[in-house]
Structure formats: structure tokens, C-alpha cells
Design a protein around this ligand. Structure first.
Ligand code: SF4
Length: 994
């Protein structure tokens, strides 16, 4: 079809237009008819004084041309200048005001005169005309090109290249439409012909864009031209019969396609028709006095230094403005990331601001409410995706249990997933409910609240399940309805609708019917275009990236704030107390960046499209005007990372142009002397101390309710670590890491042994033990999800040793049983309450708590008494275990478990429940693929007795106010998760002495 356009429409055009260039004719004539009148902005002159000059000059011009001010229409370049111009007129001239407008406001006020739009037949090849809405137009182009066989094939073969081409087609079409809008309606036919001719010449010479691009450009041009039906909103300006026109520009160079270019076109047409028209062009001018304030430049060392110095300058100007009731301070947004940092610092200092640059919806939390939901709904979503969505702040299920406990439930789910290395969010089962046989049980079980949350989240994402079912494609409208349903189901919909940014997101995605989603060409594309889940995700990302969000007050420039964050071109001609422009380096200001896209160079020039030089000249004019402001401070840094940076070359150009020299900007930061506060070893206590340091009777923190072998070991190694981990209950958040480590293997092994012994008691023969052990191992592997795709490769090294481990263990077990021992209990939880009292009056009870890996009973036939042995399974270093039991009083774990075993329900004498048995031994059972080795702790009951006495004494001392100093050393500190709290790296042991 595009070939057809080129052959049918462009060759005849060549014959018709070869002898003249319509755009050239128009421009030459216009320049003769409407010349700019200089409106000087003297260096250092306040903006309001310049505006007073403007009002006086316009009033004089009205008198000279015999028109009453009230009959004049004044057009300004930006809406923020409307109140400034009106006030200036009232101040300097008084009486009737001219009608002061911008191009959009005048077009809106004249909209009534446009008349009804005649229904036009739809061009079958081009489809609906462009709407200048990037999102909608991209869909229209996708639909139109995708309807052709080559387009469909291209889309299937290389989707990204196709999407890039669609974006380019839309961008070029919009550019043409905007430039065409600044042509009077009766000259547009000539304009479109000029564009066709330029494309045809480029096509014939194989110059400019590539062949496929040229064909698509030809299509885009016809598509753009199809929107020219005389009903563009700004067309009414060309038909408006004003008595006189006045236009204002900031600099003589006007970017084609901008509002100012429409304004000049209206003025030119009026002048051609004999109507009085005045073009007031603001331009920087020399100072009127010798002591006129000059702009200043600060060289900063790096990004943070620049952000801090810019903040200090803004704050100092804000203080002065507040004191004098002056205008806000302008913060020029050249470098977005730098300005974000400055804004954060300003907010921290209490300054209010209005951001006229806006935020991309993709960077807002509201945008994340949709993108996170889509990410979490994918079958292969990671746990991080799920947690990101749950933590996005928009999810709010109305259910009683979750509604009030959502944060706690998310925390519980996160902790559990991290502990179990659950990387795949939905890896626990595809059913709506958690599959119980896939979930660990006992001490590995998922907490109930987390289980409820997981199931409820799953229920919501199931609403989007069809998006991901085997590349199934559905109409966009249907997919968006599903997303809306899921947003409603998780309670995010209403919150989004009530939020300003959220409402913008719903509107940008056409999910809010009240926002006109049903209007225009949208229903057509939304029902015609079909996408799968991945396509929808890409589309949502694109829409949010393309759409910006600005508060209405900031968009209108009327916010009553301390600081206005604004782009350079929007700041021009506005009165500000001061202007601060950080990021004024060679990379940000005046850089000669190329214009992206397919249309540039000679082809663009022939079509009257904005070129690099035009853009740069327009920006230079704005910069020169801004530099004339009385309080102008620029900042730039010497390096960006390792890359050295120079100030913008425009500063030198400005100096050459004006003959002035920039001042050096002083550092406005205030210096504050802070006395040195050396860090000392922390020595917290459960009791409060008075001002003299003496202990009071006030207990500020309780003892932990439970003491385990691990927590008591922590106390022995370092009291401060015990304080942080067990008194304050602080925990490091585990990383969600792929793989299976030794601790996962340990958890698996405990579960295998428990299952093996539970099944073995059922009366099976001892000869089947290896097979039974292997079977138990397989069941547990399945139960713990270690055979699933994501984890199987990591578990393979452990699985490979499974048979050998079984043989080693069974061989040891048979030897152990031949000595008369029998398995009694596995994973038995024992709680032994210990009453404590202190001299300061508090009595409390602390429970010694532990879960015994295994308890074996020795009861040979004919023996009077039963003996017990506590077994603790280990998979780490055998040498370390042997070293541990060589110094029995240093080994906390077996002694602790032996003390608990003496009080375990299993060892209780049914005849005398208060009697505690002394017949308890203890051993570590070390297991790996090389063998199973028992490491016995001899005299464990004596160690247990001493340990229990030690626990009682230590806890009583803590209760009495003893300090918990950071006494850890060596490996205890090397692997300590609270090292950042005790500041171990900021003091040395000798320094820490009181
Ligand atoms: S780093 Fe060392 S001194 Fe500090 S808390 Fe940990 S174990 Fe104690």
C-alpha cells in the first residue's frame, strides 16, 4: 500500500510543484510582513519592571494604531505568564485590559465557533486519523500496519523492531501535524505537497532514511494529512476577527510546531489581511547601570556537593523571599537526577515546592500498583515479584484477618520464604489453595497468617491466569477489564481512583470509563487489537513511560510555594526572587545532541521541521534571557564519576556576547561545629540508670521469655550479641538466594530421619532399612520441593550421596541397637520453666526451651532402670565437634539438651513424676557421605548441672542490672550479624575499658 502512495501521489506532485517550494515562499513573505519588535530585558533588571515596559509599549502601540486596548488580543508563550502580564498592565497602564491569552486558552474560549464536525468516511488503508495521543496513536498504527500481510509477518518475526517502527511513525506523524497546525488552513494543501515532494526526492535519490523507513514515512505522511479536516482546535484562531493582535516570544527563533509558531502564523495571517499585529520579542540587553547584578557560577566537586550547594542557595533565597513576601525561587531542571536530590533535601528542610516538569507515571507508586500486579501474576513470578506487589502499598484485602494484619502477614511470608529459599512465588502449588503435601510441616511449617495471605494473593492473580495460558491472545479491552477486576479484588482500585497519580494511571491505561475511555477511536482499537500477557505487560510499560503526571496547580504555574521546579524554557520571562540552575555543565546545557528519529537533516529542513540548529538557537535565547535575571546562580560539577566535566561552553559565549564576566558563587552552606563524640563499647542493661549512673529499680527491658541452647551460647560468646538478638529480638533479613546450601541439607536430613524412624516403628523388618531410608528421603525431597525445576539442579550433589548415606547410617544404627539402644522420640519440644528472683524485687520465670533431634532409650531385658541418650544430628565439620567435646564445660549444646532431656515428658517416671533421671548421656551424630560418626560428650550430666547453675546465675545477674558488654572475639565477631550495632570496628578493646 505504501508503494502505491509513493507512485500514485508523489510522482504527479513532482510535476505540479517542481518549480517552486511552497514553504520557502510562505516563510519569505511572512518575514517581510511581520518583523519582531525588540523588547529589551536589561541585565539585572527585575522581571516585573520589564513587564511594565512591555505594557507601556503595547499601550503606546495601541494608541499609534488607533485601536482600543480592550479590542486587542495578546498571545503569550506559556500560561504561567498570564497573571504576570495582566498585573503588569494594571500596574503600568490601568483601565481596560486587552484580552490576554495563550494559544490553547484562546482556542478553548473560541471552541464554540468551530461548528459541528462533518462525519467523514474512514480511510480503509490508513484507518482513523492521528489523535496526537501517543498511546492511542501507537495502537492505531499497530492496527493499521498489522492488518497488512507484510506488517503482520514483521510483527511476528521481530516484534521489537516493529514496535520501534510504530513509535517512529507516530512521532513523525505528530511532528507533521504540529507543524501543519501552524500553517493557515488555506496553505496546508501546499504544505502537505511540499512534504510529499521532499520524501519523493529522498526516495528517488535513496538519501536520508533507509528504504523501509522511507516507505513507512510515506504512509505516516498520508496518515498525518488525513487528520487535516479543518477541525484542529487551533484552526479557530485563524478565523478569529480580532481588531489587533499582539504576540510575545522569548527570542526570535521559534521552534516549528510549538505554540509560539501557531501564534506567529496567526499574527502573520492577520498582518497579510491588513489587521494590526505586533510581535514583541524579549531579548537580553546590556545593563542600564554599572552596578547591575551579574550571574554567578559555582564549581562543585561532585554530584552530592553540587546538590548540597544548590540546596543551600535555594534555601537562603527562600528565607529572603519569605521575609519580604517576594516571588518563589526557581530551580531549573536541567539534570533530573540532581534536581530530585535537591528536592529531597529541600523537603527535609521544610521548603514547599511545585514541580512543573512532572513525573513519568512509570516512576510513580501508583504505576507500580499495576506493573507489580502484572509481574506477580505470571506463573513464573519470583518471590521478590510477589513481595514487591504485596508491599506496593495499594493492596488491601477487606478480609477481617488480613485487613488489619497485612503488614504482619507480609513480614511472616517474607521471613518464611527467605528461610526456605522459596524463589518461585507460586512454586508451592498451582491450585488456589496451598497444596499441603508441598509444604513443610512441624517447625518448618508456614505460619497461618502467611498461609492465608499467600492463598488470598493467589486468588487475586488467578483472575489474570488466562493472560498467561499458552500464548492465548485476547482483545486489549478484555485484558484491561481483567486487570481492573484484579485491582478491584485486591482493594487497589478505589485507592487508585482516589489518588491524583492513581487516577492518572487509570486514565492513561483507559481503565477509567469516566475519563472518556469510551470516546473516539479507542473502542475500535481496544476491541480489534489482540495481545497475550507479555504484550500487555510491554504495552502497560510503554504507556506509563510515555505518560506524565503533574499536579493541576503546577501545570497552571499558580502554586503558592517556596520553590518552583521548572524547565529552562518555562522559567523565561517569569518573575522569581532568585533562579538557581544546577547541572550547568557541558553535558547538560547547550550540548549538541542529535535529534533522534527518522526525520532530520535536509529532508526535515525541506519540510519545515525543527532542526538541531533551530532547537539550539531557541534554547540559547531562553538561556540568555534567564542570565539577565537579577539573582541568577549556576552550578556545575568538576566530574561525573570518573569523567571530568567542564562548565557549559555557553558561559563563555555569554561573556563574549555581553562583555561581562561571571561572578564566582560563594558557598551558601552554613558551617556547624560538632563536638567529637568518640564511640565506646556498648554496655546495655535491663535496668535504667539515673543521672549519676547508679542503677534504679526500673526494669526497662524484660528478660527473654525463653532461653535456648543457641541464645545461651550467644550470651557466653558475647553478652551484647545476646542483648541484640534475644532481648531486642533483632533479626537479619535472609537473602532470597537461588540454590540449596548445607543448612537446607541439614533441614532435609532431620526430616528424613524423623520419617524413617516413624515408619520403621511400624514393625517392618530391619533388613529393609536401607530401602526404607531411601524411600523416606525421596518423600521428604518431594515434600520440601527439592525435586522441583528451580531447585533440583542444586540438590543433585546431595541427592547423589543419598544411597551411601543410607548405608552408613543403617550400619551405625544396627550397631547402636545391638548395644541395646532403641529409638524413642524425634523432634520432641521440651520446656522447663526456671523461676528467678532479684534483690531489686522482680520475680520472673524464664523457660529453658529446646527441640531434641532425637532421644533413644536403653532398656535391656531384666535391667532395673532405663537409660537415655540425647542425639544431635550434625552435618558440618567433624573435627570441630571433636574439639568441642574435648573441653566438656565449653560445649553448651549437648549439656543444655541433656538438662532438657532430664525434664522431657518421655524420660519422666510414671510412678514418680517429680523424680529426674540422672541416666542421660549425649552425643553428636555426625553424618556425611564418608560415614556416620558418633561423638560422645562424656560426663554430660555433670556438665548439664553446672550449665543450669550458670544459666540461673547469669540470668539473675542480668535481672539485677548487670551490663551486657560487647566482649566477642575472633570468629564470633567475624560472622556476627550485629557487628554494625556494637560498632566493633570503631573501638578497640583497650579503648573500651571504662
Ligand atoms: S561483633 Fe563481636 S563484639 Fe560485636 S556483638 Fe558481635 S560478637 Fe559481640
Amino acid at each position: 500500500m505504501v508503494e502505491k502512495i509513493l507512485t500514485q501521489k508523489m510522482w504527479p506532485l513532482h510535476r505540479a510543484t517542481r518549480d517552486h517550494h511552497p514553504m520557502t515562499v510562505i516563510v519569505n513573505n511572512e518575514n517581510e510582513i511581520l518583523a519582531p519588535t525588540a523588547w529589551p530585558w536589561a541585565q539585572g533588571r527585575p522581571a516585573r519592571d520589564c513587564w511594565d515596559d512591555w505594557a507601556t509599549a503595547v499601550a503606546r502601540w495601541c494608541v499609534d494604531h488607533g485601536v482600543a486596548a480592550r479590542d486587542v488580543v495578546v498571545l503569550l508563550p506559556v500560561g504561567a505568564l498570564l497573571p504576570v502580564a495582566r498585573q503588569a498592565w494594571a500596574r503600568a497602564v490601568g483601565g481596560w485590559l486587552p484580552q490576554i491569552e495563550t494559544v490553547p486558552t484562546l482556542a478553548q474560549s473560541l471552541a464554540w465557533s468551530r461548528g459541528p464536525k462533518a462525519p467523514s468516511s474512514l480511510n480503509a488503508e490508513l484507518g482513523p486519523a492521528p489523535t496526537l495521543d501517543v498511546v492511542l496513536d501507537r495502537l492505531l498504527v499497530t492496527r493499521s500496519l498489522g492488518a497488512q500481510a507484510w506488517g503482520r509477518q514483521w510483527m511476528q518475526r521481530d516484534r521489537r523492531a516493529f514496535e520501534h517502527a510504530v513509535a517512529q511513525v507516530v512521532e513523525c506523524a505528530h511532528l507533521w501535524v504540529r507543524v501543519a497546525q501552524s500553517c493557515p488552513p488555506d496553505q496546508r494543501v501546499a504544505y502537505w505537497e511540499t512534504c510529499r515532494e521532499a520524501l519523493r526526492v529522498a526516495h528517488a535519490a535513496s538519501a536520508g532514511p533507509g528504504a523501509r523507513e522511507r516507505l513507512l514515512l510515506a504512509w505516516a505522511l498520508e496518515w498525518a494529512a488525513s487528520s487535516d479536516d479543518g477541525h484542529w482546535p487551533t484552526d479557530v484562531l485563524f478565523g478569529h476577527q480580532a481588531r489587533a493582535w499582539v504576540g510575545v516570544t522569548a527570542g526570535e527563533t521559534v521552534v516549528p510546531g510549538s505554540e509560539s509558531s501557531v501564534m506567529l502564523a496567526v499574527l502573520r495571517q492577520a498582518a497579510l489581511q491588513g489587521v494590526s499585529a505586533l510581535w514583541m520579542n524579549a531579548e537580553a540587553a546590556p545593563a542600564q547601570r554599572n552596578d547591575a547584578p551579574l550571574p554567578a557560577l559555582a564549581r562543585c566537586t561532585d554530584f552530592e556537593d553540587e546538590a548540597q550547594r544548590a540546596t543551600a542557595l535555594v534555601l537562603s533565597a527562600v528565607q529572603q523571599a519569605r521575609a519580604s513576601g517576594g516571588d518563589p525561587v526557581a530551580l531549573i531542571a536541567l539534570d533530573r537526577s540532581l534536581v530530585r536530590r535537591v528536592r529531597a533535601l529541600l523537603e527535609g528542610a521544610g521548603a514547599t515546592s511545585s514541580d512543573e516538569t512532572g513525573w513519568k507515571l512509570s516512576t510513580t507508586r501508583a504505576g507500580a500498583a499495576v506493573t507489580r500486579l502484572l509481574a506477580a501474576s505470571q506463573p513464573r513470578a519470583s518471590t521478590d515479584d510477589l513481595l514487591d506487589w504485596l508491599k506496593s502499598g495499594w493492596v488491601q484485602w477487606p478480609e477481617q484477618e488480613l485487613g488489619s494484619n497485612l503488614d504482619a502477614a507480609v513480614a511472616a511470608l517474607e521471613t518464611w520464604c527467605r528461610r526456605h529459599g522459596l524463589l518461585a512465588a507460586w512454586g508451592l502449588g498451582l491450585a488456589q489453595e496451598l497444596s499441603s503435601d508441598l509444604l513443610p510441616e512441624g517447625r518448618q511449617a508456614m505460619p497461618e497468617l502467611a498461609r492465608q495471605l499467600w492463598a488470598r494473593a493467589r486468588q487475586t492473580v488467578q483472575l489474570l491466569a488466562s493472560l498467561w495460558s499458552g500464548g492465548r491472545r485476547a482483545p486489549l479491552s478484555q485484558l484491561l477489564a481483567q486487570v481492573a477486576l484484579a485491582l478491584k479484588d485486591c482493594g487497589a482500585w478505589q485507592t487508585l481512583a482516589d489518588d491524583v497519580a492513581g487516577a492518572s494511571v487509570l486514565q492513561a491505561l483507559r481503565m477509567n470509563p469516566e475519563a472518556g475511555a469510551d470516546a473516539g477511536a479507542w473502542p475500535l482499537v481496544a476491541s480489534d487489537l489482540r495481545m497475550d500477557g507479555q504484550g500487555l505487560v510491554r504495552w502497560v510499560d510503554q504507556v506509563l513511560e510515555e505518560s506524565s503526571f503533574r499536579l493541576a496547580s503546577a501545570a497552571a504555574g499558580d502554586a503558592k510555594v517556596d520553590v518552583v521546579v521548572t524547565p529552562l524554557t518555562r522559567a523565561v520571562l517569569r518573575p522569581f526572587s532568585a533562579v538557581v540552575m544546577p547541572g550547568a555543565d557541558e553535558g547538560q546545557l547547550g550540548a549538541m545532541n542529535g535529534i533522534p528519529g527518522w526525520l532530520h537533516g535536509a529532508v526535515a529542513e525541506q519540510m519545515g521541521l525543527p532542526g538541531k540548529a533551530t532547537m539550539r538557537d531557541a534554547q540559547w535565547a531562553s538561556f540568555a534571557l534567564l542570565m539577565a535575571q537579577p539573582s541568577m546562580s549556576c552550578l556545575c560539577r568538576e566530574a561525573h564519576g570518573r569523567e571530568p566535566l567542564e562548565p557549559s561552553p555557553w558561559f563563555e559565549r555569554w561573556s563574549l556576547h555581553t562583555g561581562l564576566t561571571l561572578r564566582e558563587q560563594a558557598d551558601a552552606r552554613l558551617w556547624l561545629s560538632v563536638p567529637a563524640t568518640p564511640v565506646r563499647m556498648p554496655r546495655p542493661s535491663l535496668r535504667r540508670r539515673d543521672e549519676s549512673g547508679a542503677l534504679t529499680t526500673v526494669l526497662q527491658l524484660p528478660l527473654p521469655a525463653q532461653i535456648t541452647a543457641t541464645s545461651y551460647e550467644a550470651m557466653r560468646q558475647c553478652p551484647y550479641r545476646f542483648f541484640a538478638r534475644h532481648v531486642l529480638n533483632l533479626r537479619a533479613v535472609d537473602e532470597l538466594e537461588e540454590g540449596v546450601d548445607r543448612s537446607d541439607f541439614g533441614v532435609w536430613l532431620h526430616a528424613v530421619l524423623q520419617r524413617f524412624h516413624a515408619q520403621r516403628e511400624d514393625g517392618a523388618l530391619a533388613t529393609d532399612d536401607v530401602g526404607r531410608w531411601t524411600e523416606a528421603a525421596r518423600e521428604v525431597t518431594r515434600q520440601q520441593g527439592l525435586d522441583r525445576d528451580g531447585r533440583r539442579p542444586f540438590f543433585l550433589p546431595f541427592a547423589a550421596t543419598l544411597e551411601r548415606l543410607a548405608e552408613h547410617y543403617v550400619r551405625w544404627l544396627h550397631r547402636h541397637e545391638s548395644e541395646g539402644w532403641r529409638f524413642a522420640e524425634a523432634e520432641e519440644v521440651v520446656q522447663w520453666p526456671m523461676a528467678l528472683s532479684s534483690d531489686l524485687g522482680e520475680d520472673t520465670t524464664v523457660t529453658l526451651h529446646g527441640q531434641l533431634d532425637r532421644l533413644d532409650r536403653f532398656a535391656p531385658r531384666g535391667a532395673d532402670d532405663t537409660a537415655w541418650t540425647v542425639i544431635d544430628y550434625k552435618t558440618g565439620s567433624l573435627d570441630k565437634l571433636k574439639q568441642k567435646v574435648r573441653q566438656p564445660l565449653e560445649d553448651t549444646q549437648l549439656a543444655f539438651y541433656a538438662a532438657l532431656a532430664q525434664h522431657a515428658p518421655a524420660t519422666a517416671d510414671p510412678g514418680d513424676p517429680d523424680r529426674v533421671t540422672d541416666a542421660v548421656s549425649a552425643l553428636y551424630l555426625h553424618m556425611d557421605e564418608k560415614g556416620v560418626t558418633p561423638v560422645e560428650h562424656t560426663h554430660v550430666t555433670e556438665s548439664a548441672q553446672l550449665l543450669v547453675g550458670g544459666v540461673r546465675m547469669d540470668l539473675t545477674r542480668l535481672l539485677a542490672g548487670a551490663t551486657m558488654p560487647a566482649l566477642g572475639e575472633g570468629t564470633a565477631c567475624d560472622y556476627c550479624e550485629v557487628r554494625g550495632l556494637c560498632r566493633r570496628d570503631h573501638w578497640t578493646a583497650p579503648e573500651a575499658q571504662p
